[in-house]
Design a protein around this ligand. Structure first.
Ligand code: CMP
Length: 140
């Protein structure tokens, strides 16, 4: 197994409910290191670009609306097998299907407002990190 980096977003339902620290505690306890982190207000253009792959989906408008409805925390996580590991830690996209102990089972209220995003491949992780972080800020 290799040390990898993945991209994470703590979504507006997390920041609104003051859950940044609680979610980060789960991430760190799972052995993932938060090597980059910034709290931002995502613009509509940024959200549309980030979720471009979903633009034909019926929920695209709702998704962009939600992701711009309040602050998010964008993160770079590092660890062994980080892409797959973080997906395990997040749990299924729909919290109703997520395993006990996962972030979404513990904190999420619906498939739309599901608390966290994590990259689904190493290739996408690289592109997603590049959208929100400068190399120099995550060099260490
Ligand atoms: P995420 O991993 O951020 O990537 C795409 C997002 O679309 C996903 O998490 C969900 O939050 C959201 N999504 C998926 N299915 C639905 C749905 N049926 N209704 C609303 N949002 C959805």
């Amino acid at each position: 197994m290799a040390t990898e980096r993945t991209f994470s977003i703590l979504k507006p339902d997390a920041t609104k409910r003051n859950l940044t620290g609680a979610v980060n505690a789960v991430i760190e306890k799972a052995g993932l290191r938060i090597v980059g982190q910034r709290r931002i207000q995502m613009s509509r253009a940024q959200a549309e670009k980030f979720y471009e792959i979903h633009k034909e989906r019926p929920f695209f408008g709702e998704l962009v609306e939600f992701m711009t409805s309040g602050p998010v925390v964008v993160q770079v996580l590092e660890g062994e097998n980080a892409v797959a590991r973080y997906r395990e830690v997040m749990g299924a996209t729909n919290p109703a299907n997520a395993d006990e102990g996962t972030i979404r089972k513990t904190f999420s209220e619906s498939v739309g407002e599901n608390t966290v995003h994590g990259s689904d491949s190493l290739e996408n992780a690289k592109a997603e990190i590049a959208q929100f972080f400068q190399d120099a800020d995550i060099a260490g």
